[in-house]
Design a binder for this molecule. Structure first.
Ligand code: G3P
Length: 223
């Protein structure tokens, strides 16, 4: 299990975090992590996993894996293939890549078989409590309406973070809680930790910044 607090930078499919830009960004994240001493991980697109893992030593997560077994599933992402890239773990059920309950169960179980760290994403307190019953390593609460807005969940909806932490820990105290959506500044990050989360899952505030490395250093400047 990774050291907390943790920052996971989700590369999504932004041009600034795709292909060669993804490799360069990963080097910036590694530098920012080394300079700040804060654990920073990344979640690039599946096609960029191999080149990035060859270049950096920080934890790398997949953005997704499908609930499939080897065989006839053209166009899908096989968990065993993701594992073979050398990733630390995977995001599951991101709001831009939702799964059914049965598939969430199957994928979380698969991460346990493959010894991968699971980061299960949720959208509200109720789904977070339900997600805790799958016993993932992390639950990341992200209200979809705030994603990509620059309006930080830790300030716009602090109750959702606090209540999520409380409900999850009633079920399993071992699960680390992350929060995300609109997080970009040191204030946002500090507020997220004060609400009881162990870190943040974020994207646009760093990826679209003019100076991505400086944006990461600013993010952790108050913790
Ligand atoms: O997974 C991170 C996420 O959905 C939040 O996105 O751009 O609001 O930081 P963003």
């Amino acid at each position: 299990m990774s050291k907390t607090p943790i920052i996971i930078l989700n590369y999504k499919t932004y041009v600034e975090s795709t292909g060669k830009n993804a490799v360069q960004l990963s080097k910036y994240v590694q530098e920012a992590s080394e300079e700040s001493g804060i654990n920073m991980a990344i979640a690039p697109q599946a096609v960029d996993l191999y080149p990035i893992i060859n270049e950096v030593d920080i934890p790398v997560y997949s953005q997704h894996m499908d609930a499939i077994t080897p065989g006839g599933h053209t166009g899908s992402t096989l968990p065993e293939a993701i594992k073979e890239t050398g990733v630390t773990g995977t995001l599951i059920n991101h709001s831009e890549q939702r799964l059914t309950i049965a598939d969430i169960d199957a994928v979380v179980e698969k991460t346990k078989d493959l010894e991968l760290t699971s980061v299960l994403c949720t959208n509200n307190v109720k789904t977070s409590a339900a997600a805790a019953s799958f016993n993932p390593d992390y639950i990341a609460i992200e209200p979809p309406e705030l994603i990509g807005t620059g309006i930080p969940v830790s300030q716009a909806n602090p109750e959702i973070v606090e209540n999520t932490v409380n409900e999850i820990h009633k079920i399993n105290k071992e699960i680390n809680v992350l929060c995300g959506a609109g997080i970009s500044t040191g204030e946002d990050m500090k507020a997220a930790l004060e609400l009881g989360s162990q870190g943040v899952l974020l994207a646009s505030g760093i990826i679209k910044a003019d100076d991505q490395k400086q944006a990461l250093l600013d993010l952790v400047s108050l913790i």
